[in-house]
Design a protein around this ligand. Structure first.
Ligand SMILES: NC(=O)c1ccc[n+]([C@@H]2O[C@H](COP(=O)([O-])OP(=O)(O)OC[C@H]3O[C@@H](n4cnc5c(N)ncnc54)[C@H](O)[C@@H]3O)[C@@H](O)[C@H]2O)c1
Length: 322
């Protein structure tokens, strides 16, 4: 059983990660680090027997752990990540992994130097309906994928728990961007996962409702060597919904929230892709792969490559919007 500490006990830690650890036989949370008194107190009340600390330095002297699980807001991922690697701990970190490519390279080389893994939370790959779509695609049922379409409709951005930054998702200094950095990250690694290659061209059109605000709508076209992906994301929709299409040489796999269709067959899943924001079941499905990466860090590079690609595509979209 590997022992871990959650860094940042906000919404995703509470509703997405903790319930999965509670049932895990491979990983156990023994400590929580949060900057604020209220979230530490909240964690103490909810998780009896789990030690709480206000900094990583206190954690290092107060608990023995194998890994950290970083759930702070995006601009606050880098510092605990580098510090944890420096202490010889493995790192699981929420998306967007890092906002700065220089920092990502620094973290990557430090991880290699100390022989530890950095694993991003790319949990959408583990949604049951997405897993089935991936299995069908890999079975060859629709032939080589030629086009991927991913649509994420939201009526607003997601609520946060950080008492110091109650609206950080709309603050570029903390979020690193708007909906493209938030939901776009998931869509980009899914497109890469399905094509099995990196795109060689990125086109983006971004909408901002206020002059200095972050984008609340984004359309992204990625050209891959063997096909293309169109990604549409909005926080201004009238309905909450997720839809995806994988179009291959010989057919199509379509996901419409809780329904997957391929040919004449249709499968209905227990929960819609757009249901909830924290997905404890997807996180639970991902944990065995995360723990395997911590046990064999030298084989853990793939998801870090995915994260590096997400960051590079998003930066390119921000630098050259249409
Ligand atoms: N993969 C997913 O499906 C998914 C879903 C939701 C959120 N997320 C990601 O999870 C991360 C957290 O999002 P959230 O909605 O839980 O945010 P949140 O604001 O609810 O929680 C952040 C927590 O971090 C704490 N914190 C802030 N700075 C800290 C520091 N330096 N050290 C220790 N604690 C600190 C805050 O006090 C707060 O408790 C973000 O990166 C977000 O993008 C991912």
């Amino acid at each position: 059983m590997l022992r871990g500490a959650i860094i940042g006990f906000g919404e995703v830690a509470r509703h997405g990660h903790w319930p999965a650890y509670e049932k895990s036989r491979e990983a156990k949370i023994v400590a929580v680090v949060d900057r604020t008194d209220e979230r530490r107190e909240f964690a103490r009340n909810l998780l009896p027997g789990v030690a709480t600390f206000s900094t990583i330095e206190e954690l290092a002297t107060g608990a023995e752990i194998d890994f950290v699980d970083i759930c702070t807001p995006p601009a606050l991922h880098g510092e605990p990540m580098l510090s944890a690697l420096g202490k010889g701990w493995n790192v699981l970190c929420e998306k967007p992994l890092l906002l700065d490519p220089v920092e990502l390279e620094k973290a990557r080389s430090l991880a290699t130097e100390v022989g530890r893994a950095i694993v991003p939370v790319h949990n959408w790959k583990y949604a049951p309906i997405v897993r089935q779509a991936t299995q069908l695609l890999r079975s060859g049922i629709i032939g080589q994928p030629r086009r991927v379409e991913i649509e994420t409709l939201r009526i607003q951005d997601c609520a946060v728990a950080d008492p110091d930054h109650p609206n950080w998702r709309r603050d570029p200094a903390i979020a690193g961007g708007g909906i493209l950095m938030d939901h776009g990250w998931h869509a980009i690694y899914l497109a890469r996962h399905w094509f099995g290659e990196a795109p060689n061209d990125v086109r983006a059109s971004l909408h901002r409702s206020t002059n200095n605000g972050v984008e609340d709508e984004a359309t992204l076209t990625l050209t891959f060597p063997t096909g293309s992906a169109k990604i549409f994301l909005t926080w201004r929709a009238e309905v909450r919904r997720n839809a995806m299409r994988l179009i291959g040489e010989r057919g199509e796999i379509a996901i419409d929230d809780d329904t997957l269709r391929v040919g004449d067959e249709s499968f209905c899943f227990e929960s819609a892709l757009s249901a909830g924001s924290h997905h404890a079941d997807w996180f639970a499905a991902m944990l065995p792969d995360v723990m395997a990466s911590f046990r064999r860090p030298e084989a853990a590079g793939e998801s870090l490559e995915e994260a590096a690609l997400c960051l590079s595509v998003i930066r390119s979209a921000y630098q050259n919007p249409m």
